[in-house]
Design a protein around this ligand. Structure first.
Ligand code: 6GU
Length: 229
């Protein structure tokens, strides 16, 4: 999988080179390139934003530098992802889809966003996803890209050490579909007078699986009733 990220704060994306994703890059499972939007400007001040037409607060990102950057990076199979609080919700299902995508270009807007003609223009030739990671407002798309790439990358076969370790994730698709994972424990068996539930020490794998499913259902009903049928 190839990932290109365009941003006015390219160093914001450096954490992608750490840990799980860094390892996947070193192993050739992911190819990552980070681009500075200002490299696609031509004026002395490397201008990327201007006041919005129609008035209002803040600044809007000009289409020209974005057009030059995206033209250089995309091919007909690329998905162009534009993180924005006005996008469609980013979900585990979309993470799964992105994990199977050959090439994604992320366009990180700052300020009040990118001139809407960018999404409009590229939509007629390639898939353009305007995506939001939640109901709150960030100062720019960079933090959202960290979230989206991490969620997708760990689903690429070979990226996680143990290929089973995402099967019962909260929100994983499959048997535990749309359930929040229940509590987890490791040694010691008693810590500050708190004991690990006895059933987990029983060695009865069927009983343990049923217990975990019940725990997941209870926790989901309690804190995410919206996920329960
Ligand atoms: Cl993807 N971008 C910004 N700027 N704010 C957000 C967001 C994205 N998702 C939620 N809030």
């Amino acid at each position: 999988m190839k990932i290109d990220v365009v941003s006015v704060f390219p160093t914001y994306l450096e954490p992608l080179k750490l840990s799980l994703i860094g390892k996947a890059i070193n192993e050739g499972l992911i190819e990552l390139a980070i681009h500075d939007l200002r490299d696609y400007t031509h004026d002395k001040h490397k201008t990327v934003d201007e006041p919005p037409y129609g008035g209002g607060p803040g600044m809007v990102m000009k289409p020209e530098p974005w057009g030059e950057a995206i033209d250089e990076l995309v091919n007909p199979e690329t998905i162009l992802v534009i993180p924005t609080p006005s996008g469609r919700p980013f979900t585990q299902e979309l993470a799964q889809e992105y994990s199977q995508t050959k090439h994604i270009v992320f366009a990180c807007g700052r300020f009040e966003g990118i001139d809407s003609r960018i999404a409009q223009y590229y939509s007629s030739n390639i898939r353009v996803d305007e995506v939001s990671i939640g109901d709150y407002v960030l100062a720019g798309g960079e933090a959202a890209v960290l979230v989206i790439v991490e969620a997708a990358a760990r689903l690429i076969p070979g990226v996680l050490g143990n290929s089973e370790s995402f099967i019962d994730d909260s929100f994983a698709l499959g048997e535990m579909a749309a359930l929040i994972e229940g509590p987890v424990y490791t040694r010691p068996p008693v810590w500050r007078e708190l004991a690990v539930p006895e059933i987990l020490l029983s060695g009865d794998h069927e009983k343990i699986a049923n217990w975990r499913l019940a725990q997941a259902r209870n926790k989901t009903a309690e804190i995410r009733p919206d996920l329960v049928d």
